[in-house]
Design a protein around this ligand. Structure first.
Ligand SMILES: [Fe+2]
Length: 314
């Protein structure tokens, strides 16, 4: 008998099943607090299990002033305060990807709150590309060992008694992951609010076609899946920041990828739009630090850590 050709996706199906169960049963849903950082338009999430008080911190921000090279901890301290006030135990510090617009505060938070630092396993590809660009020495390991855990596509994890599933959603960068906890999906830089559209796909290792397929994969989750975004920039006609939508709303309204838009149309739109975008102000410091798990490059013999800028190389 001939096998039927099917578009099977067991990891997505498992995530969809989890969403359906959580949508029908409030005890399977996480408590979610979003913290907006106006300097980088980033949302950090604390996702906790109300039953056990266990929590994950997703995409934290270390404040950084490029002109003076000074870091500060105001954004991270807000997270610590929330965790302590609500008596949470942090078990995960998760990065959806190696961010190009802000430095991660994960090491600072880990020191104070504990938890395992995790990212997608394709961070290794990102480390190779940027290790070369920054001419990092042999002491910079390109094996993901700066992280405590590397997530694979379809991998299950837990926050207390809540189930989670990691999905690999490359395109913005090769290592992007989405994390589905209960009925909530933390989608990183894939899709933004419906009136803003999608993430850019022109960083080294990015790919617009791949981004389209990753987004359509996320939008094949149940209509009621709650989507939590990593960034918001407002949009023409909207004066408030927003970071939560649903699969249904995105499929009906997203200006770049609503139902009916083909991959070719998307790639054409995305690549021509990306050509007009400037590099993010903090891309050089951010990437250099984030591929090291949020740790600054090793201090030189005077005890000071330096961030490099490759000239005419990007
Ligand atoms: Fe990003």
């Amino acid at each position: 008998m001939e096998a039927a050709v099917t578009d099977t996706d067991p990891a997505r199906d498992q995530a969809a099943e989890q969403v359906r169960k959580a949508a029908a049963d409030a005890t399977l849903r996480p408590t979610i607090a979003g913290f907006f950082d106006e300097a980088t338009n980033t949302i950090t999430y604390v996702v906790s299990d109300p039953a056990t008080g266990e929590a994950a911190i997703i995409d934290s921000v270390l404040d950084f002033e490029a002109a003076s090279g000074r870091t500060s901890n105001g954004s991270a301290d807000r997270i610590i305060e929330y965790v302590k006030t609500n008596d949470l135990t942090v078990t995960w510090l998760i990065e959806t990807h190696a961010h190009a617009d802000h430095i991660s505060a994960a090491p600072y938070l880990q020191e104070r709150l504990g938890g395992k630092l995790a990212i997608g396993k394709d961070i290794i590809r990102v480390q190779e590309v940027f290790g070369k660009l920054f001419n990092a020495g042999t002491d910079f390991e390109r094996d993901g060992s700066q992280f405590d855990h590397l997530f694979e596509d379809g991998e299950s994890f837990a926050i207390g008694k809540l189930g989670g599933i990691a999905l690999h959603v490359p395109g913005h960068t090769p290592a992007d992951m989405a994390f589905i906890v209960g009925d909530a999906a933390f989608v990183g830089d894939t899709i933004f609010m419906p009136d803003f559209g999608t993430a850019r796909a022109d960083f080294p290792g990015g790919d617009a076609g791949e981004l389209f397929r990753s987004i359509r994969r996320l939008l094949s989750l149940p209509d009621e899946t709650r989507l939590f975004l990593c960034h918001d920039y407002k949009a023409p006609g909207r004066d408030d920041y927003a970071w939560e939508t649903t699969v249904k709303q995105q499929r009906e309204e997203n200006v770049h990828v609503k139902d009916g838009v083909t991959e070719d149309q998307f790639v054409e739109m995305r690549t021509s739009r990306d050509r007009t975008l400037a590099m993010p102000t903090l891309i050089m410091p951010s990437v250099q630090v984030n591929i090291r798990g949020g740790r600054l490059p090793e201090p030189e013999d005077n005890g000071v850590s330096y961030i490099k800028i490759p000239v005419n190389a990007v």
